[in-house]
Design a protein around this ligand. Sequence first.
Ligand code: SF4
Length: 502
Amino acid sequence: MQLSTYFLETFGCQMNVLDSQLVEGQLRALGLRRVAIPREADLILFNTCSVRQHAEDKVLSRLGQLKHIKRDRPHTIIGLLGCMAERLREGLFELNPHLDLICGPGELDRLPELLGRVDESGKPIAAITGLQTRRLVPAERSLLDDPLETLDLSRRPLPGDSIMQSYVRVQRGCDKFCTYCVVPYTRGAERSRPPGNIVREVQTLADAGCREVTLLGQTVNSYAYREGQTPMRFADLLRLVHEVPDIDRIRFVTSYPADWDDDIFRVMRDHPRICPYLHIPAQSGSDRILKAMKRNYTADSYLRLMDTARQYVPDIALAGDFIVGFTGETDEDFAATVDLVRRVEYKQIFVFKYSPRPGTAADRSLADDIPQDVKARRNNELLAVQTAIMERQKRALVGRTVEVLVEGYSKAARRAQKDAADSNGSLDPENPTTSPLDDVAASKANQLIGRTPQDIITVFPGDAAHVGALVAVRVTDASALTLFGEIESVVSPAKMPANPGT
Ligand code: SF4
């Protein structure tokens, strides 16, 4: 049959968001149109995440719900993409007989061919790379580019959607094998993309109106590409990307502390369009736990790295990830984590309760011995410590002016606009005073949202013409997570027509 519509839902990290954008480019090239409801789609895809059990359970439950759709519309093709496909493989078909396709992250460029085969044969198909089962020789790490990236596809999920902020993958996979982590098993060995291809991609995005790129890698600072005799490191790549003139902001995530090279700080200091923001997971403040996690650094060396970051880039914002309740974590170990969080004064932290992942070293050899209630208590305690830090940091910005890239209307604004439409009001965000609704709804309806170079969410009144612009915002109030303010001036107008919607 001729597929004409698709539904795609993405779970997990930025890598998956980027994979989904590239998948959508392929589907659109086939002439498929995106729909918002699975029941209306000829093709239903979930791009999945395996990092936590909770994420997998959510996908399996959603997948189960699709049984009825398959029963009512047997021609529908149902596919599971990404890390769960790579991890759970053909076993997924046994539990989900209504599933037609599983496709690992390394096979996504083959999606059109795979869909054609499923459609023709009516039989389930599995496309799994199995990269984790073999070691790559150094030449393989450098010479291959990612087939998905080299497809000549538009990044825009739909015509008219903004590409003002775009992800650019510079590296795939990971070789670190932290004992708790499933990524090396699902995304395979570390491979760095050729720098020329990365720069060309950034230039193409800039030509299409992109203002901010985020370079993506599991351990992005470990980037290494060898061409001839001269190895190119991440600091060199940053310099090259900074030469693309029309990109206003360059970010990169996620960094791995043990591979840090101070040359990256020098590049950040000397190249103004590289944002002063560093996401660098610590995971624990206890050396004993860091060793059990096989993180290859100590709390002291991590703290020294954070000090060095601030010496080179004084206004840098630091973000970290932490796992609480890892195997054997005592009260003293946890106290060391709290101490580290207090000393670093992060801009933001992401805290996860340890959950063992099948196949990892920790799952094979260490007991998950910390009770759930203790994990939950530590999780809340660490977040409370961080919240107090963030409140203090944000209050210190009140009265200052920050530069914000305007991303669109805030969620509250979109809700207010929808409520107005649902109640037959004609709330016009361009001219809220004409609204028949009350002042509070009107003030929410013109609320814009954007981020500072330090990745701080900032909310302020404005209009659709500001979307995509760089504006100077005077901060008038703050909460732990958000700055509130007023636009002082437009630093640089939007480069492409605004799409302030969703
Ligand atoms: S560095 Fe460790 S935590 Fe990060 S992706 Fe690699 S194995 Fe996972």
